[in-house]
Design a protein around this ligand. Structure first.
Ligand SMILES: Cc1ncc(C[n+]2csc(CCOP(=O)(O)OP(=O)(O)O)c2C)c(N)n1
Ligand SMILES: [Mg+2]
Length: 473
């Protein structure tokens, strides 16, 4: 009876693996920390330490059934481990075979592409520098420009000549242009989620072949159908592709595509700095962002909020190493940045942490200054004080003919409020003063709040998708 049950279970589980009809899926290694905790919780330390490679969803489905079955519960621990390893072995063999086939398909598509692009997401960033190096090696082998998902612009260094920065409306437009024109898009560790694509072919070429590598099976092909789905971690796949494409020679069309991209990138960066207004009072975003690019140390961690100023900062700053940018991502919540920065400083005390906020968002979390003082957490926060719920005011300006309702707010001088809490407070009235203020904050021995007097008129609306019915064509 026991053996019959086991055979049935294995057949059932291996069968389940071929269910996905939307895309072909391979599994190289989907074992993450969180899955190991889940397994550890169910099965004890031993299995947790095995670091098996298998299809997590399929495995967990089978496991749940198995754990509920009386027969299995009666097995002793070593018999139970036998069940587990049979399951693992059969799933792994199947996955390995599918994996090899799908990697070959990906290599073929990438080799034949005329306009290849790599979209880099959190799945790369979470691995740190080794994955970033691997992605850049692959990009160089393919001569493929890269763009990042917004909020993960730190996955690969901004200074690399193949990096277009963030895609989507929070980016400069360089990344989205690539995705709109590409014929093959290699997606490494990204869901192609809302902030990257607005779930719309307006931000991605409908005719492009998508190769999506994701550790979360549910995210593969979820928003856009894919030619090849790779259920695996981004670093493993990137390393494999690098090996398989070691002797790859780019077509002339790819070189032309790359040259065009490099020209666009150079022109964009030159124009961005040339057009920056660093003199206006109150401060304008272009000038402030230019000064910040020069002022923030390379090892700095930046946290962002969700107002209009912070959303522009997603791609306006330069990020130099992975895990340097933390934003509320698709949650889009105001009031995230300062508390997030406090947590990050505790986790990485050796790194300077600079948080950015709008005045509305900072007002929501101002009591956290007490937390910082009580626990001696010395971060720097720049409050871009424009006296408005700027993101909301931007929509009212652009889509409701400037009929402002509840958009303007009376916020205090944050440097003075900060001093009452026992923090260091600094006021910045010209963009050029921000560098010294940040330096003083980082070098200081208490939490620092910089009140940056920003123009209430520099409003930029991001959610044109929501107001499509009002956008004039
Ligand atoms: C918790 C929460 N409340 C409300 C919103 C809606 N919302 C998005 S941006 C924004 C305005 C933020 O204003 P501010 O922090 O001053 O930044 P600014 O837009 O002026 O740069 C609001 C209210 C939200 N995203 N999250
Ligand atoms: Mg504001």
């Amino acid at each position: 009876m026991k053996y019959l049950f086991l055979i049935f279970l294995i057949i059932m589980i291996v069968g389940c693996g071929s269910e996905n009809k939307k895309s072909s899926i391979l599994t190289l290694s989907s074992f993450t920390d969180s899955t190991s905790y889940a397994l550890g919780a169910d099965l004890g330390e031993n299995l947790k330490r095995q670091q098996v490679e298998l299809d997590y969803d399929v495995f967990m489905a089978g496991l749940t059934d198995a754990m509920l079955d009386d027969d299995l519960v009666k097995l002793n621990q070593s018999q139970r481990r036998g069940v587990m390893s049979s399951l693992q072995k059969s799933i792994r063999e199947k996955a390995k075979k599918e994996g090899e086939e799908n990697l070959k398909k990906a290599v073929k598509l990438l080799s034949e592409a005329h306009k290849p692009v790599i979209l880099v997401g959190a799945g790369v960033k979470n691995y740190g520098t080794s994955a970033a190096d691997s992605v850049l090696k692959l990009a160089e082998l393919l001569n493929a420009p890269c763009t990042t998902s917004p909020g993960h612009g730190d996955a690969i260094p901004y200074s690399h000549p193949l990096n277009a920065g963030s895609a989507g409306p929070r980016g400069s437009g360089l990344g989205t242009k690539l995705l709109r024109e590409a014929d093959v898009i290699l997606v490494l560790g990204s869901r192609l989620g809302f902030n990257t694509t607005f779930y719309s072919y307006e931000n991605l070429n409908e005719k492009a072949s998508i190769i999506q590598c994701e550790i979360d099976l549910n995210s593969i092909g979820r928003y856009f159908p894919v030619e090849v789905g790779i259920h695996a971690d981004a670093k493993t796949v990137t390393d494999e592709l690098c090996k398989m494409l070691e002797t790859h020679k780019s077509k002339k069309e790819v070189q032309d595509w790359l040259d065009q991209f490099k020209d666009n990138r150079k022109n964009y960066f030159e124009k961005r700095d040339a057009d920056a207004d660093t003199e206006s009072v109150p401060i304008l975003p272009s000038g402030l962002f230019k000064e910040l690019r020069g002022a923030l140390p390379e090892d700095c961690v930046v946290t962002l909020d969700a107002g209009t100023m912070c959303l522009q900062l997603t791609d306006a700053l330069q990020y130099h190493q992975p895990k340097s940018l933390f934003s509320p991502l698709d949650f889009g919540l105001v009031g995230f940045s300062y508390p997030a920065g406090l947590g990050i400083k505790l986790a990485a005390p050796e790194r300077p942490v600079v948080s950015f906020h709008g005045d509305g968002g900072m007002s929501m979390v101002i009591p956290e200054l007490s937390t910082a003082i009580e626990n001696n957490i010395n971060t720097v926060v720049c409050v871009m004080n424009n006296g408005t719920w700027g993101a909301e005011a931007a929509y009212q300006k652009d889509f409701f003919e400037g009929r402002f309702i509840g958009a303007h707010i009376t916020t205090p001088e944050f440097d003075k409020v900060a001093e009452l809490y026992g923090c260091k407070g600094i006021k910045v009235e010209k963009a050029g003063e921000i560098g010294d203020a940040i330096k003083a904050g980082i070098e200081g021995d208490c939490p620092t709040v910089i009140d940056v007097q920003c123009s209430p008129d520099a409003l930029y609306s991001f959610r044109q998708d929501s107001f499509k019915h009002k956008v004039k064509q």
